[in-house]
Write a protein that binds this ligand. Structure first.
Ligand code: ATP
Length: 320
């Protein structure tokens, strides 16, 4: 292995830059050359790529987003598109590929490997933390901290005005962001797609809280569970409380990565390079019980990534 390629794909996640930095510097440390591929699989097909050196990744460790940019590519989902990418692999002399992204990106990488035999190692970079084979994905911790920060601010207003606030957070089909941020931020109720809920129970809890002298309530809704606006409307109908809704949207993704995400990104990126050097392929690097591990993509793709039920139960107990 003399030359590897690296790309970021799918939704951006804070810490992707820290990971690119780790891949580039670890590879150069071992005498490899690195080709940076811009705009994910789109740039892979269009030959939007070029050599990276130590200074290409200077001063990016604390920056959110991805200097390589990211994209979604319909063309890579076709055999013809992937054949075009393969032409660029040959043209640029790429012998192994590091793909930083989510499960869609990993599916693309795995198909590419099966069709063309180019070794691929995937690194989980998505705020949703919804990938099997790893306890955490790069960007999740930063997103959770962004949400907690927002809860703190909204709580000030909720207390001052004695109001109920519904906050809708991201996560696609996963409740992980809502659950972690809800526990950290002391939300009164957390609505996630993995656990059934009914709005009547939430209202009962709200009314009990008011009876006890609670001045405010924060209800966190994962986007995969329900629409924050709908929940807010229903609560207002059932309780008569002035209920405000905030949809955090893209505020959650960006910002400087937390130390946790930077360290995770550094460890995973470095491990990806080690695996390519060791002749491994079709694997994802991840963290499990604090250890950096490699898992075959067949054990990752299409496999569930369940929420931590113990954490959910605890959040319920503590928010009584
Ligand atoms: P996130 O979880 O942040 O959205 P993701 O990697 O899951 O990230 P997707 O949009 O699902 O995001 O996938 C990114 C890209 O991966 C797609 O635009 C496409 O180019 C490629 N891809 C996804 N699924 C396939 C597939 N079945 N075959 C080939 N390529 C795929």
């Amino acid at each position: 292995m003399q030359r590897i390629g690296v790309l970021t794909s799918g939704g951006d996640a804070s810490g992707m830059n820290s990971c690119i930095r780790a891949v580039v510097r670890k590879a150069i440390y071992h005498g490899l050359e690195v080709i940076g591929i811009r705009r994910g699989y789109s740039g892979f097909i269009d030959a939007d790529m070029g050599p990276m050196n130590l200074s290409s990744v200077a001063d990016i460790i604390g920056r959110g987003g991805t200097i390589l940019h990211t994209a979604r590519s319909e063309r890579f989902m076709t055999r013809e598109g992937r054949a075009m990418a393969m032409e660029n692999v040959e043209r640029f002399g790429i012998q192994g590929l590091v793909v930083i992204g989510g499960d869609g990106s990993f599916t693309g990488a795995s198909i590419f490997y099966q069709e063309h035999g180019i070794p691929v190692i995937c690194v989980p970079g998505t705020i949703d933390n919804d990938i099997a084979g790893t306890d955490y994905t790069i960007g999740f911790d930063t997103a959770v901290n962004n949400v907690v920060d927002a809860i703190n601010k909204i709580r000030d207003t909720a207390t001052s005005h004695e109001r109920t606030f519904v906050i809708e957070v991201m996560g696609r089909n996963s409740g992980n962001i809502a659950l972690a941020a809800g526990l950290a931020g002391g939300a009164e109720s957390i609505l996630i797609p993995e656990i059934p809920f009914n709005v009547e129970d939430i209202c009962k809890k709200l009314l009990n809280g008011i009876k006890r002298g609670k001045l405010h309530s924060v209800i966190l809704v994962a986007e995969g569970a329900a629409s924050g606006l709908e929940i807010g409307k229903k609560i207002k109908e059932l309780t008569g409380f002035d209920t405000k809704v905030t949809i955090l949207g893209h505020l959650q993704r960006g910002g400087s990565p937390t130390a946790f995400d930077r360290i995770l990104a550094a460890r995973l990126g470095a491990k990806a390079v080690e695996l390519l050097m060791a002749g491994e392929t079709n694997k994802m690097v991840g963290i499990r019980a604090g250890e950096i591990v490699a898992t075959d993509l067949t054990e990752v793709l299409g496999k569930p990534s369940p929420i931590n039920k113990e954490m959910y139960d605890l959040a319920r107990i503590l928010s009584i």
